[in-house]
Design a protein around this ligand. Structure first.
Ligand SMILES: *Cc1c(COP(=O)(O)O)cnc(C)c1O
Length: 219
């Protein structure tokens, strides 16, 4: 695996789905990866990355943004409300808007900072109790609320249950986005991004297939 293999597979999946070349944006998920691996991908010219932890992103990306112009960094991990300010400063997009209290914090920050990252609402398509995300039946109401706060909601995001076929979850998310007039669909990871592209993903989040396995360490 590696960046070029993944790009080839994306192009092939776009072709099979009869979607235009370049319809899908590849978010290279660099969380927990050694700096050398991320820098290798930066040197290959890739500029769109995903991070899960605000603190980790804060430690790495200001320098890399300066060294490699044009970088975009998307927050794809759960966001605590007390990190909303920092997240608005650090990220170009946040894929994990999942509750009204966070929406309010982000709206306040948008006011204060005069800008707001692009937002994706996370949907708990598998209705898993331990997983974040708005429940499907609450989504339309939540979107009305978020739009009432002038938040720039551009799409939906999901993480299907690990033990299930992901395709029906991707298709359900695409339907929810369609009926709400949202163009963005953040779905698909290393193991299932081709199915996500077939279902209409606009943003896929691929980590280990580009960088190798994450080592969370044992210490
Ligand atoms: C870590 C992570 C990914 C990337 O996972 P891989 O299986 O390494 O591709 C994608 N999306 C989210 C939300 C993640 O937390």
């Amino acid at each position: 695996m590696g960046l070029n293999d993944i790009k080839d597979r994306i192009a092939e999946a776009e072709r099979l789905a009869e979607r235009p070349a370049g319809a899908v944006q590849l978010i290279a998920v660099s969380k927990v990866q050694p700096n050398a691996r991320v820098e290798a991908v930066l040197r290959e010219g890739h500029r769109l990355f995903g991070e899960n932890y605000v603190q980790e992103a804060q430690g790495k990306w200001p320098d890399w943004r300066a060294a490699y112009p044009g970088c975009k960094v998307h927050m794809i991990g759960p966001l605590q409300s007390n990190k909303a300010k920092l997240a608005c400063e650090l990220f170009d997009a946040i894929h994990t808007l999942d509750r009204a209290s966070l929406a309010r914090k982000l709206a306040n920050q948008a006011q204060a900072q005069g800008r707001c990252p692009a937002l994706f609402v996370q949907v708990n398509t598998g209705r898993e109790p331990q997983k974040a995300g708005v429940l499907p039946e609450d989504l339309d109401g939540f979107l009305t609320q978020a739009r009432g706060m002038d938040l720039p909601v551009e799409g939906l995001m999901c993480i299907p249950p690990e033990a299930e076929d992901a395709a029906p979850h991707f298709e359900a998310l695409a339907q929810m986005a369609g009926r709400n007039g949202l163009a963005g669909l953040s779905m698909g990871m290393s193991s299932d991004f081709e199915a996500a592209i077939a279902a209409g993903a606009t943003h896929i989040r691929v980590g280990s297939a580009i960088f190798g396995a994450r080592d969370y360490g044992t210490a």
